[in-house]
Design a protein around this ligand. Sequence first.
Ligand code: AHG
Ligand code: MN
Ligand code: MN
Length: 376
Amino acid sequence: MTARTTRSAAGPAGTAAREPQLQQTLTEFLIDEQRKVPNATGSYTALVNDIRLACKRIANIVGKGQLVDIHGKAGSVNVQGEAQAKLDIVADEIFHRTHLRGGTVAAMLSEEHEHVRPVPPEYPRGRYLIAFDPLDGSSNIDINVSVGSIFSVLLDPDPAAEIGPEAFLQPGSRQVCAGYAIYGPTTMLVMTLGHGVHGFTLDREIGEFILTHRDMRIPEEASEFAINASNSRHWEPAVSRYVDECLAGASGPRGRDFNMRWVASLVAEAHRILLRGGVFLYPRDERASARKGKLRLLYEANPIGFLIEQAGGRASTGDSPILDVQPQGIHQRTAFVFGSRAEVERIEAYHRDHNAKRYDAPLFGARGLFRTTAGR
Ligand code: AHG
Ligand code: MN
Ligand code: MN
């Protein structure tokens, strides 16, 4: 952002008033983007405007905390068998209702709903599909730690056909827009329209998102890793090796010390990695319940993966690019590894290595906190 410091020529002689320092708003950013596309209908801009409104509405409610009675468990479970928080349901309703009238969306897919929800016939059908995790990291709500909303936008593949789940089964490389809102000490909207990643901070006094982080790039050098280490006894050899080597620090094969982080909120981890670099792993593991991983492909891994790749990082299943995965189901889970490119490539190389040979934890792992079991 360049601050404008020129004096107004229109001011009275000798008392020229300073022009106000106006930072670029999301609205102005979108107008500029739309003007780059000849014959744009404005539908895409209208869609992003609705996403913005939904996130502001959710930020408002999340920010009230215990002052309003929408905290705690809802007493229900979602399609994934996970207990729903009351705020999961409220955020889902807000996201859904905010996108009904605009004529931009044909159908919506949410973590909190088993089935795809087409826009009902009383409203115009739009060109886009939107998949979302209305409240990510909701286990953190009651302890006042950052949560977020994640969204992924695809084109409706067949605007003449009745819409069903198969319309959403497109690889992440076909996303036309993706991003998240993070509800932390400040509320931010971070998104890509397919040309870089930009971050906007909500100015609550004027109710507008302001462009504060233009062209976000993931630092290449990074010394932080994020993983839920309580699952270490179930990890695959490639993951055990990577973490063992980080923990061995300066005296191990990496020759430098690493730091570990785990917020249990994908949005918060992605935000930190976009700004500070590092790597995130939620790998599949040996348990029957975790063989496919934990995070959901269409509304968690794909949108975060698109952002990470657009910011110069890498997003992977551990074996191959996440954005190339052909989805088989709308609530499909996946292993997910993302962050600074060189670290993710190293983890992919370890997966290739240990397809062929087992991992024998070397001596530097013997006294480690997460000592691997013998024979892996
Ligand atoms: P959600 O709250 O939408 O269900 O997502 C929670 C996800 C993700 O945000 C986080 O990375 C992960 O679950 C945390 O898992 P653990 O509880 O296993 O650490
Ligand atoms: Mn989530
Ligand atoms: Mn969620």
